[in-house]
Ligand binder design. Structure first.
Ligand code: MG
Length: 415
C-alpha cells in the first residue's frame, strides 16, 4: 500500500497512524511523504501497489483533514467500499497480524519525478518549448508546488510561483481555488505579463486557470477547451461529466461529435463512470479534468500541460480559445429544506416538470429549448436545496432562479 499526504499541519501525524494501522494488519507500506493526490494516484497504478491511502482534505479549510483510499488502478474507491471500511473500523474488527507477520515500511522518494515524466508523455514538448510561455503557478502553499513548477520548466516555460512555500496554515489564500480567493493571482498574471496562470486546490487535483488578460475562468470553460481539442483528435468519443456542468460541455460534444455521459456530482462518480463506460475524458465544473490516457482522475498538472499544449498547437491565447465558445450566464440560489422533506420535494417537483427535457441523474435538471437550463438539487451536507441556472442572458438565468425558488417554496408549503 502506498501512503502519502498533502501539506496540512496534521498530515504527517495522520500518516504515521495510517502506516501503523496498515502494518498491524500485515500490509507492507511504501511511504511517499508529501505529494499531490494525482501524483500519488499515479504511483499506486504505475508501481503496481495493491492500493493507497492519501491524507488530505483537498480544497477544505486548513483545520480539516481526511483520508482518501485508492484502489490498485489509482482511482478512489466507491462510496460502498468506503462504507465497508468504516464498518470494520466502527465494529473494531480489523484482522490483526501476528507479531511475525507484521508489515514493513519502506520509503518511496521518486513519486514526483515519475509523475512529471508521465505527464510529459502526453504533450508535444518541442512545440510548447518553442513558444517560451510564461506561466504563473499559484500552489496554495501546498503540494501543488512539488511537481508543476518543475514540469513546466521542463516544458520550456518560464515559471513564476506564488504561494509555493509549503505551509499547512495556508497563509497565502484559502485552499479552494474559487474566483474570490484568486484576485491576487489574477493581478500577478497581468502584472508580470504572463501567458497563463494556474491555481490549485490543497491537493492539486483541481486547477483553475487565469488568462493572459487576468480573467479567471471557471472550470467548465477550460474543460470545454480540452474537450473540443480531444474530440477533434478523437471523434465519436464518450465524455463523462457531472450533471452540474454547463450546457457548454453539451454544445461542444454536439458540435464535435462527442457523446455526453452525465453522472451524479462528485469526482469519484466521474472516475468510476469513465471506467464503466470506457471513456477517455471526464470533467467537472469546479476545475477537475480527468484525462484517461494518463489516468482517469482529476489531475491539476496534467490539465495545465494539456492547456499549454492546446495553446501551442493552435497558436491561440487562452482568452481567444474561451471567446470562441458559446457563452452562458450562470446564477445560483438556495431554498431552506429540512432533510426529511427533501425526498418529497423531489417527487413533487418531478410531477410539475413532466413533459420537459429532464434528467434525474442527481436532483432534477431541466434543459429548455432556448438553451437555458436549471439544476435543482438537494445539498448532501446542508438542509437546503441548491439551484443552478444558466442561460444566454443574465436576466433569463435570474428569472429561472426566481421562478424555481417560488416553485420549491410552494411545494414546501403543501407537503
Ligand atoms: Mg482536491
Amino acid at each position: 500500500m502506498l501512503v502519502g499526504h498533502d501539506a496540512r499541519t496534521s498530515g504527517s501525524m495522520f500518516a504515521k497512524a495510517v502506516i501503523a494501522g496498515l502494518t498491524s494488519t500485515g500490509c507492507n507500506v511504501f511511504f511517499a511523504g508529501m505529494a499531490s493526490t494525482p501524483a500519488l494516484q499515479y504511483a499506486v497504478k504505475n508501481r503496481c501497489m495493491d492500493g493507497g491511502v492519501i491524507i488530505t482534505a483537498s480544497h477544505n479549510p486548513p483545520e480539516y483533514n481526511g483520508i482518501k483510499v485508492i484502489w490498485k488502478d489509482g482511482i478512489e474507491i466507491s462510496h460502498e467500499q468506503e462504507t465497508e471500511i468504516e464498518k470494520i473500523y466502527f465494529q473494531n474488527k480489523p484482522l490483526l497480524a501476528e507479531w511475525d507477520k507484521l508489515g514493513a515500511k519502506h520509503e518511496l522518494t521518486v513519486v514526483n519525478e515519475d509523475y512529471i515524466e508521465a505527464v510529459k508523455k502526453h504533450v508535444n514538448i518541442a512545440k510548447i518549448a518553442e513558444k517560451n510561455y510564461h506561466v504563473v503557478v499559484d500552489a496554495a502553499n501546498s503540494v501543488g508546488s512539488l511537481a508543476t513548477p518543475q514540469l513546466l520548466r521542463e516544458l520550456g516555460c518560464k515559471v513564476t510561483t506564488i504561494n509555493a512555500n509549503i505551509d499547512g496554515t495556508f497563509p497565502g489564500r484559502m485552499p479552494e481555488p474559487r474566483p474570490e480567493n484568486l484576485q491576487e493571482t489574477s493581478a500577478i498574471v497581468k502584472a508580470v505579463g504572463a501567458d497563463l496562470g494556474v491555481a490549485f486546490d490543497g491537493d492539486a487535483d483541481r486547477s483553475i486557470f487565469v488568462g493572459e488578460n487576468g480573467e479567471i475562468y471557471w472550470g467548465d470553460k477550460t474543460f470545454a477547451v480540452v474537450e473540443k481539442q480531444f474530440l477533434i483528435e478523437n471523434p465519436n468519443s464518450k465524455i463523462v461529466t457531472s450533471i452540474s456542468s454547463s450546457t457548454l460541455i453539451k454544445d461542444v460534444a454536439e458540435a464535435y461529435k462527442g457523446e455526453i455521459v452525465w453522472t451524479k456530482v462528485g469526482s469519484v462518480t466521474v472516475s468510476q463512470t469513465m471506467k464503466e463506460v470506457n471513456a477517455k475524458l471526464g470533467g467537472e465544473e469546479n476545475g477537475g479534468v480527468f484525462y484517461g490516457p494518463h489516468q482517469a482522475v482529476r489531475d491539476g498538472a496534467m490539465t495545465t500541460a494539456l492547456i499549454l499544449n492546446i495553446m501551442a498547437e493552435t497558436g491561440k491565447k487562452l482568452s481567444e480559445l474561451i471567446a470562441e465558445q458559446p457563452q452562458y450566464f450562470i446564477e445560483k440560489g438556495k431554498v431552506q429544506c429540512s432533510e426529511d422533506k427533501k425526498e418529497k420535494v423531489h417527487k413533487k417537483l418531478l410531477e410539475q416538470v413532466k413533459g420537459e427535457n429532464v434528467s434525474t441523474v442527481d436532483g432534477v435538471k431541466i434543459w429548455f429549448e432556448d438553451k437555458s437550463a436549471i439544476l435543482v438539487r438537494p445539498s448532501g451536507t446542508e438542509p437546503v436545496y441548491r439551484l443552478y441556472a444558466e442561460a444566454k442572458t443574465q436576466e433569463k438565468a435570474l428569472t429561472l432562479i426566481k421562478d424555481y425558488s417560488i416553485t420549491l417554496t410552494r411545494i414546501l408549503a403543501i407537503i
